[in-house]
Design a protein around this ligand. Structure first.
Ligand code: C5P
Length: 234
């Protein structure tokens, strides 16, 4: 079985990220580099983590005009990341352009195209947030709608909250990969994640990958925490 744990490197510096990645490498399947680390440390941190042989999920959630997103996806593909994110609310044309850029760039370099993951409704949004921006749908319906649009637009994966997995699995083709943050083991202190599942529950519900941040990097022994999560899946 492949290791489905993606450890989020939500730390502020390249040094801290590399140290954490070194500690965790044997126990996880990939590392997620998000906005904080990327803005602080730049593409160099992606190259350094890739140079260790580890897979990288570049979580920058692109949302712009199709041409700009396509160019950003092409640049990320040249960094040889294995997964990256775009906002599905950018629309079908933007998503098609992103997927095409990933495929074409990878092909021209002899690389495997990164999995372009669609983000639907951010978990920080609720019905009031959607109403505020002029969207009459409720969040659940909007998640399903955007997920279907993403699949129709050629995306092969989505980011979703643990509590959306079952509903999405019912309507999506089985090849779609679901990447799920909001994972909590129960051992850690309560924080801002409100809708959580355990790693085992999320995999049983149909997740393909688990994004785990604080339960690993904020624990006293990150390597041990990752190993325990992996064990809990068997
Ligand atoms: O520390 P924690 O396990 O909550 O980290 C989860 C990671 O997944 C963070 O990097 C966070 O930005 C990301 N994420 C999330 N919820 C979403 C989308 C992404 O927690 N809906």
């Amino acid at each position: 079985m492949r290791n489905p744990i993606i450890a989020a490197l939500d730390v502020p510096t390249a040094e801290a990220a590399l140290k954490l990645a070194q500690q965790l490498a044997p126990a996880v399947g990939a590392f997620k580099i998000g906005k904080e680390l990327f803005v602080a440390a730049g593409p160099d941190i992606v190259k350094k983590i890739r140079a260790t042989g580890a897979a990288v999920f570049l979580d920058l959630k692109f949302h712009d005009i199709p041409n700009t997103v396509a160019k950003a996806v092409a640049a990320a593909t040249r960094l040889d990341v294995q997964m990256l994110t775009i906002h599905t609310s950018g629309g079908g044309e933007m998503m098609r352009a992103a997927e095409k850029a990933a495929q074409d760039t990878a092909k021209s370099l002899g690389l495997t195209a990164p999995l372009v993951l669609g983000v639907t409704v951010l978990t920080s949004s609720n019905n009031e947030t959607l109403a505020e921006i002029g969207c009459a749908a409720d969040t659940e319906k909007q998640v399903l709608r955007l997920a279907q649009l993403a699949v129709q637009s050629g995306l092969r994966g989505l980011v979703c909250s643990p509590l959306e997995i079952v509903a999405l699995r019912k309507i999506l083709p089985p090849h779609i990969q679901l990447v799920t943050p909001g994972i909590r083991t129960g051992a850690e202190k309560a924080d801002d994640q409100k809708r959580t599942l355990t790693p085992r529950e999320a995999m049983q519900a149909g997740a393909s990958w688990l994004v785990v941040g604080r339960p690993i990097y904020a624990s006293e022994n990150p390597r041990l925490a990752a190993e325990k999560i992996l064990e809990s899946l068997n």
